[in-house]
Design a protein around this ligand. Structure first.
Ligand code: ZN
Length: 193
């Protein structure tokens, strides 16, 4: 498992809800948390590791020593949004890119934990609220670049085309399969769920 970078097609895949939580899912959640801490991130969504189901992991502290702050959420849904706030945002699939993004100030999220029990989260802080919205967007194939205002859009144009160019080069070197092959793999994986 590794974190895929823009413009990998998995990032645009609309994931499916999980219908059961087994050992594989629990193992994948643990692996995602490790990758997240390794990359110094605060959150990671299944499509970012080319998985086609609905799971996110977050830890607003980003600190692997503070395990009590981490959450694994299966099939998360935002059921309530309040207010708006603009703040800086980054994404592990766009290393080095940070821009201002407007989000709801507070959200209420319903999901399941890894035991399959329903959980409800009322975001405690602006950061947690932003994280939840960012990661849940990933499950619909929505990326933070889609939420950029005109200024952020303009000033990130250069880095986005660099990402696109480097991705193409990696494909040409055979380090990444073709987009058609990746689409086939994603579709096959989603059918099994
Ligand atoms: Zn992200």
């Amino acid at each position: 498992m590794k974190i895929v970078q823009y413009p990998h097609p998995a990032l645009r895949f609309r994931t499916k809800p999980l219908t059961s939580i087994d050992g594989t899912v629990q193992h994948q959640a643990a692996e995602m948390l490790e990758l997240m801490y390794e990359a110094k991130g605060l959150g990671l969504a299944a499509p970012q590791v080319a998985l086609t189901y609905q799971m996110i992991v977050i830890n607003p502290t980003g600190d692997p020593e503070q395990r009590d702050q981490e959450r694994v959420l299966v099939n998360p849904v935002i059921v309530e949004r309040k207010g708006t706030i603009e703040g800086d945002e980054g994404c592990l699939s766009f290393p080095g890119l940070y821009q201002k993004v407007r989000r709801a100030r507070a959200v209420k999220v319903q999901a399941y934990n890894l035991k399959g029990e329903p959980v409800e989260i009322v975001s405690a802080t602006d950061l947690e609220s932003r994280l939840l919205q960012h990661e849940i967007d990933h499950l619909d194939g929505v990326l933070f670049i889609d939420k950029f205002g005109p200024i952020a859009r303009l000033s990130s144009r250069g880095s986005l085309s660099t990402f696109e160019r480097e991705y193409k080069r990696a494909q040409q070197r055979g380090e990444i399969p073709s987009d058609e092959e990746i689409q086939r793999q994603l579709a096959a994986q989603a059918v099994v769920l």
